[in-house]
Design a protein. Structure first.
Length: 186
């Protein structure tokens, strides 16, 4: 891949690959201080974040970051009313590189923060996917990180099928069973 953009995904999932409950809410079982710190520090180094309408980072610096809200409610790209550095973006109407150029970004790191459609859309493009796992949490009937999980695939199978390979897993919070695995394109 010869893109001027380094695209990374960030997600914390339950043992069964869910990012939220059936209503799209992140349960307390996925909220972890060590993961939150890792996530916050990682986002400090990105040039743009992109996510769907239910996903957000909830950080003190959130409103300072350039952000694309992925939506079908606009034709291409439109500034969010009353909010600086944030745009509604329809990937079906405008390619990512073109949307980035329109806001003056010609290279850099883009963080994808979810939900399932957003995570899945960028599977062919990720250079890295940072998968945190709350190994003790299960969310039956929840919202999967990738749409293909609904077809019976695991998170790991989806990442592998899309050309990503795991690096060694590390503990973010051993006491609470939270791990981190960086999946990278080889």
């Amino acid at each position: 891949m010869n893109s001027p953009f380094h695209i990374c995904g960030y997600a914390i999932v339950s043992a069964d690959g869910m990012i939220a409950d059936a209503d799209g809410n992140m349960p307390d079982s996925l909220k972890n201080q060590a993961d939150h710190q890792f996530f916050s520090e990682a986002l400090d180094d990105v040039d743009l974040v992109a996510h769907g309408r239910h996903s957000h980072e909830g950080q003190p610096k959130s409103d300072l970051r350039r952000r694309f809200w992925i939506t079908r409610s606009v034709a291409t790209l439109k500034p969010r009313a009353g909010v600086e550095r944030q745009w509604d973006w329809n990937p079906r109407g405008l390619a990512l590189a073109d949307a980035c150029r329109a806001i003056g970004l010609t290279r850099g790191t883009i963080a994808i923060l979810g939900g399932p459609s957003a995570y899945s859309q960028f599977l062919p493009d990720y250079q890295a996917f940072y998968l945190s796992r709350a190994t003790r949490a299960r969310i039956p009937g929840g919202t999967p990180v990738f749409t293909a999980i609904s077809d019976g695939l695991t998170v790991e199978q989806v990442l592998r099928r899309n050309g990503l390979e795991p690096e060694p897993t590390s503990e973010l919070d051993g006491a609470n069973g939270v791990t981190l695995t960086r999946w990278a394109r080889r």
